[in-house]
Ligand binder design. Structure first.
Ligand SMILES: [Zn+2]
Length: 194
C-alpha cells in the first residue's frame, strides 16, 4: 500500500519538469509560454482540481510570469533530485521551503465511494499548484522509499534526473537507452587493445 502515499504520475511530472533542461547538451524545452502550455497539457496529473481552478481566467491562461515561476520551480525540483542522495537534509530544506512558498495545503477528497488526500496550493497560481503537487510527491517518495531513490543518470553525457519507484531500487540510468549505451561502451573498452 506504499503507493497510496504518492501518485507515480505526479512523481513523473516532477522528473519530466527537471528534464526539460538538458544541462550537458544545453537544451531547454521550457523557454516559451507555448512550451509551458504543452508541458502542462502533457502532464494532466499536475492539473489543479477542476472545482477550484477552472474559475476565473482558467488554467489555459498562461503568461510570461507563469513561465518564470515554473522555470524557478524547475531549478528547485532539479536540485532536490540531484542532491537528495548525497545531501538529504538540504534536499528536505528545499522541499519544505518550496511547499511553504507555494502555500501547499492538504485536502481530503471523496468521489464514487473512495476517499483520498492530495496536496494542492492555497492560491490560484498555476506554478504554485505545480510546486505543491510535485514537491509533496517527492517528499512522499523520500518518506516511504528513502532519499536514495532520487538520482541523476550515470550516463556520462546525460545527467537527466530520475526517481526509482521499482521494487529493488537499483536504477542508475534514466532510460534503457542510456543503460544500453553504457553497457556497449563498457564492452568496447574491455575489448579494445591497450
Ligand atoms: Zn540518461
Amino acid at each position: 500500500m506504499r503507493d497510496a502515499y504518492y501518485s507515480p504520475l505526479v512523481v513523473q511530472t516532477a522528473v519530466d519538469l527537471a528534464n526539460t533542461l538538458r544541462p550537458i547538451k544545453g537544451e531547454d524545452a521550457l523557454e516559451t509560454v507555448q512550451q509551458l502550455r504543452d508541458f502542462l497539457d502533457d502532464h494532466p496529473a499536475a492539473e489543479p482540481p477542476s472545482s477550484a481552478a477552472n474559475q476565473g481566467a482558467g488554467p489555459r491562461h498562461l503568461t510570461r510570469a507563469d513561465l518564470a515561476e515554473v522555470r524557478a520551480l524547475r531549478e528547485t525540483v532539479r536540485e532536490v533530485l540531484e542532491r537528495a542522495n548525497t545531501d538529504p537534509v538540504e534536499a528536505a530544506a528545499l522541499i519544505n521551503d518550496g511547499l511553504r512558498r507555494s502555500r501547499a495545503t492538504p485536502v481530503l477528497r471523496h468521489e464514487d465511494d473512495r476517499w483520498w488526500t492530495e496536496v494542492t496550493s492555497d492560491t490560484d497560481r498555476r506554478s504554485a499548484h505545480l510546486a505543491a503537487t510535485t514537491l509533496s510527491a517527492l517528499a512522499s517518495v523520500i518518506a516511504t522509499l528513502g532519499p536514495a531513490r532520487l538520482g541523476v543518470c550515470a550516463g556520462p553525457t546525460c545527467r537527466a534526473t530520475f526517481v526509482d519507484l521499482s521494487r529493488n531500487g537499483s536504477k542508475q540510468y534514466c532510460t534503457r537507452t542510456c543503460s544500453h549505451r553504457a553497457s556497449v561502451a563498457a564492452y568496447r573498452s574491455r575489448r579494445s587493445p591497450r
